[in-house]
Design a protein around this ligand. Structure first.
Ligand code: NDP
Ligand code: HSE
Length: 429
């Protein structure tokens, strides 16, 4: 074993960074044996230097992250600050000054992964980011390496722990939305600004990363259709329960049947209770990958939280250090297919629509006509009348999303439709 240590700079020492530092210290001997050289924590950049950080030598703390990555003797920079800047500049500066990078920053990778990949390739460094998608679950490496010889056609799953925690609490414990969000934040699952979680930005960033790697193309955050969970009500959850379903925030990345384009989307959807994703509770994540030769693979585990995420970061750190000692680098960006990303309107899916309508002769026929005019076939209809009003629940067969949203728009214009109480896509059947 080499006695000269590999020097690690830790940028950020919050929920994830503090766990990375703890595991590096408590498992130092095992990590050294697995890498073939000891690791040395050479500096820790934070925003608030006076904060007490258990187990960390105060002499290592700095607020000057730029000076730390420019030192020239750092082997690996671990970026767990989050956000776009200064993270992006710090990472590219680290590459320029001789370091490889491990990051958990999905927001940055989805927004400007190309800049990071290019800088890493230009300087002959590694860029690893297993922790950026689905916390502890090994998913990036299986897609980038284990499935590099196969053709992935679909990636579908729950990739945000906070929203899954909230929906699970609302569904099974009757918790209120705000109460469940506060709990997820206290447990360290939520982003610094939880809007990123509840509005679907975090899951959309992960979908962009997964789609890019799975389909060997470039997919950016703006290419991903995004809807969060802020509009999901307890009435939606109750309605889902009546249909033998539950509601999950899903990320779905698909290659078109002709193989000439891809789509990526994040939105809440009803899934049957019999589907494996329905039993994914709390902040757990689960992702299905469908590949031509491999068939269907399922990845499941803790999707957020300090220690689970640190596990993924440490795995990358070991891999990058091994590469460094071997004078090699791991895989870079693979975007050779250059497949275009189609819009949400072209996605084929099913809708569950809950309408408040007048309870009088001909209304059902009027509603059915609107569906027929838009080429959308109805699967089931359930009606419950009360005092001249009725609640009409329509579940469609599969149709293009543009046709489904056109149908809803036309339904809203009918005099006999008092309101559209809820619209939700149905997946997983
Ligand atoms: P936190 O907000 O808990 O920690 C952020 C850390 O970065 C803090 O230590 C903060 O310093 C430091 N920091 C912020 N700005 C600067 C700056 N300009 N210069 C130096 N240090 C700075 O975030 P998390 O640990 O939760 O998340 C970190 C990253 O990991 C994010 O990219 C996130 O998306 C990702 N991630 C998080 C997961 C989770 O479950 N929490 C799971 C998977 C990925 P100070 O301590 O002084 O405030
Ligand atoms: N905020 C993210 C989540 C952290 O809740 O899934 C893990 O990426």
């Amino acid at each position: 074993m080499r006695t000269r240590p590999l020097k690690v700079a830790l940028l950020g020492c919050g929920v994830v960074g503090s766990e990375v530092a703890r595991i590096m210290t408590t498992h130092a001997d095992d990590l050294a044996a697995r890498i073939g050289a000891p690791l040395e924590l050479a500096g820790v950049a934070v925003r608030r230097p006076s904060k007490v950080r258990e187990g960390i030598d105060p002499a290592l703390i700095t607020t000057d992250a730029t000076a730390l990555v420019k030192r020239g003797d750092i082997d690996v920079v671990v970026e767990v600050i989050g956000g776009i800047e200064p993270a992006r500049t710090l990472i590219t500066t680290a590459f320029e000054h001789g370091a490889s990078v491990v990051s958990a920053n999905k927001a940055l990778l989805a927004k400007d992964g190309t800049t990071l990949y290019d800088a890493a390739a230009r300087h002959g460094r590694d860029l690893y980011f297993e922790a950026a998608v689905a916390g502890a679950i090994p998913l990036i490496r299986p897609l980038r390496e284990s499935l590099a010889g196969d053709t992935v056609n679909r990636v579908l799953g729950i990739v945000n722990g906070t929203t899954n925690f909230i929906l699970d609490r609302m569904d099974t414990a009757g918790s209120g939305y705000s109460e469940a969000l506060d709990e997820a934040t206290a447990l360290g699952y939520a982003e610094a600004d939880p809007t990123a979680d509840v509005e679907g930005f975090d899951a959309a960033a992960k979908a962009a990363i997964l789609a890019g790697i799975a389909f060997h193309t470039r997919v950016r955050l703006d290419d991903v259709h995004r809807e969060g969970i802020t509009e999901v009500t307890s009435a939606d959850l109750a309605s889902a329960q009546r249909m033998g379903c539950t509601v999950k925030l899903l990320a779905i990345c698909e290659r078109a049947a002709d193989g000439k384009s891809v789509t990526a989307r994040v939105h809440p959807a009803m899934i049957p209770l019999s589907h494996p994703l329905a039993s994914v509770r709390e902040a757990y994540n689960a992702v299905f990958v469908e590949a031509e030769a491999a068939g269907q693979l399922m990845f499941y585990g803790p999707g957020a939280g300090g220690a689970p995420t640190a596990s993924a970061v440490l795995g990358d750190l070991v891999a990058v250090c091994r590469n460094k000692l071997n004078g090699a680098t791991g895989p870079g960006e693979s975007a050779y297919t250059r497949l275009p990303v189609s819009s949400m309107g072209e996605v084929v899916t099913r809708y569950h629509i809950n309408l408040d309508v007048a309870d009088k002769p001909g209304v059902l026929a009027q509603v059915a006509t609107v569906f027929a005019e838009h080429g959308v076939s109805i699967d089931t209809v359930r009606q419950k009348g009360k005092d001249g009003e009725a609640s009409l629940v329509v579940v469609t067969h599969r149709a293009a999303d543009a046709a489904l949203s056109g149908t809803v728009e036309a339904l809203r214009k009918l005099d006999t439709v008092r309101g559209v109480a809820s619209i939700m896509r149905v997946e997983g059947e």
